[in-house]
Ligand binder design. Sequence first.
Ligand code: AKG
Ligand code: FE2
Length: 356
Amino acid sequence: MEASVKSLVPAPKPASVKALLESSIPCGYSNSTVLNLNEHDNIASETEESIPIIDFSLLTSSDPNRRSEAIHQLSQACQEWGFFMLVNHGVPESLMKAVINGCDEIFNLTVEEKENYTTHDIWAPIRYSTGINGVQNASMRRESLRVLMHHPFTFPNKLKDVSDVMREYTEITRALVRELLKGISKSLGLEEFYIDKAMDLESGYQHFQANFYPRCPQPELSMGVPPHTDYGLLTALIHNGVVGLEILNHGKWVLVKPHPNAILVNVTDQLEILSNGKCKSVLHRALVNSSVPRMSVAMFYGPSDDKVVGPAPELLDMEGRPPAFESMKFEKYIDLKRRNPVDAPPFLDQIRLHAV
Ligand SMILES: O=C(O)CCC(=O)C(=O)O
Ligand SMILES: [Fe+2]
């Protein structure tokens, strides 16, 4: 999650991984106000469909037929799943590994160092937190560090050994996401730079977030992150090969299986709004397990805070449909969404004007 929901209790001192594991916060916390324990039910079976795969090299192909086929697949993925695995993306495997390995340095910082980055200010360029907004209970068992990478690049000096790796990863994935948004614009019948220009992506934000999910002796009673959608336009995620992410598809939770060297991309709230509900910002959650800690790195991309986001007028004209969402400044959206209680219906549904 980029920005976070309103605190339910005052933020505790930041917990180290070890402290978290040994913490008095029980792993299974049966009276959690946030976690619906039945959420562990309704899992898709192994044989059910899996997340679409998009070949990035085809999206940028000079062969117009291959490109339009790839754009069609991208459109299906964004509209039916809201998630896809991106392969042949050109990000070197060694760089992806270095990013994940670099997270060890982040989570091995001392409690005092982490404390320097602990703040309730969701606009802070560097923000360390445990759980969500400092609320730690059985449904939010994770540590995370979120950093503004664009712009400016604010990766902590303290972590200078991994800073160059993170900068390289920031730039390469930024170009990748802008290319994807060209494909998505085209798939919506818009000019290929439509989203880039309308959202002024040059001045938009890119946040890095490293997540650490410690082991939990009773994973069935707990969760790393409860069901949520992300705020911006797109999110790109890599992880340390340990499964745990689940996405909601046709009412069933689908476990994301590792796909070698793939980057998992998901549509987020502002893209659903801009596309007038065609692209879907889908609920997802992270589970914990009893044997191996899990790590993930999310890159969040979005417009600048002062951008007013609403359904694209050109799309409404083209399709003769009314707007499915109200328009508002992105900073207002963030503020309202973070005040939405974790167990309330997704905020996006609350500003929906009618079903698409
Ligand atoms: O760790 C994961 O797999 C997902 C994290 C996530 O959804 C988020 O930070 O918004
Ligand atoms: Fe997320």
